[in-house]
Design a protein around this ligand. Structure first.
Ligand SMILES: CC(C)(COP(=O)(O)OP(=O)(O)OC[C@H]1O[C@@H](n2cnc3c(N)ncnc32)[C@H](O)[C@@H]1OP(=O)(O)O)[C@@H](O)C(=O)NCCC(=O)NCCS
Length: 199
């Protein structure tokens, strides 16, 4: 590695440390592009975390417990706000402007705000501008269609879409495929980590 690469690497690491300073723990190989507002007070982040803050500010905060697994990708404009507990398991992707909340923040009809834990299962892909409401558990390797409003629990390995989100169909995966979303870094057939055999 040459001088300028080493300098770029140092700059990247410093940026990651500064941007994720409020987290109790951050795993290896985190990458932060842009300037997200990360100020959760009970936040733990796993390995290979990627977060982008670009055309819209990305925010990750609140006084609740936020647990982020390994290999999680959070895109620009995402809001994760916790008063209670939000768990984002391994290999989850939150697309642009997804909103995940575990509290309604305001009560209605004279009641207290509704607040309950949220879980997003391993390998799930939440499409752009989807909203995940308090109390919802989304299963593993689910695809949440763009713009969906998820009001109820979602089982494993289905496509859900719409407002309110409904199951469109079950999903099937090739063997060893861990994620509902595929990119060059995943372990699915044909990816960089798992190239298809040369003929
Ligand atoms: C869900 C998605 C992946 C398409 O999956 P698919 O298996 O190809 O689904 P299809 O296009 O065959 O659609 C199946 C049905 O679901 C409906 N549907 C698909 N996506 C939908 C959505 N986001 N909202 C509402 N309905 C949707 C289709 O209209 C279709 O309905 P029909 O059977 O009544 O005609 C895609 O529509 C989507 O939402 N992608 C998210 C992209 C994104 O957010 N990218 C972020 C980049 S970081």
């Amino acid at each position: 590695m040459g001088f300028s690469e080493r300098r770029a690497e140092r700059h990247k690491r410093r940026h990651v440390r500064e941007m994720l300073a409020s987290a109790r723990t951050v795993g290896a190989d985190a990458n932060v592009l842009g300037t997200p507002l990360v100020n959760g007070t009970d936040l733990e982040i796993g390995d290979r975390f990627q977060i982008i803050s670009g055309h819209r500010l990305t925010t990750l905060g609140g006084p609740g417990r936020i647990r982020i697994g390994h290999g999680v990708f959070i895109n620009a404009g995402v809001v994760v706000y916790s008063d209670v507990a939000i768990t984002i398991e391994d290999d989850v992707a939150l697309a642009n402007e997804v909103y995940v909340m575990d509290t309604s923040s305001h009560g209605i009809e004279g009641r207290e705000p509704y607040a309950a834990p949220v879980v997003i299962g391993a390998g799930t892909w939440v499409g752009a501008r989807a909203i995940v409401l308090p109390g919802v558990t989304i299963g593993k390797r689910v695809v949440v269609g763009a713009g969906a409003v998820v009001t109820k629990d979602v089982p494993d390995e289905v496509l859900v879409a719409g407002n309110p989100a409904r199951v469109i169909r079950p999903l099937t995966y090739p063997p060893h495929c861990q994620r509902a979303w595929h990119d060059i870094y995943c372990f699915c057939p044909g990816s960089l980590r798992n190239p298809l055999p040369q003929s």
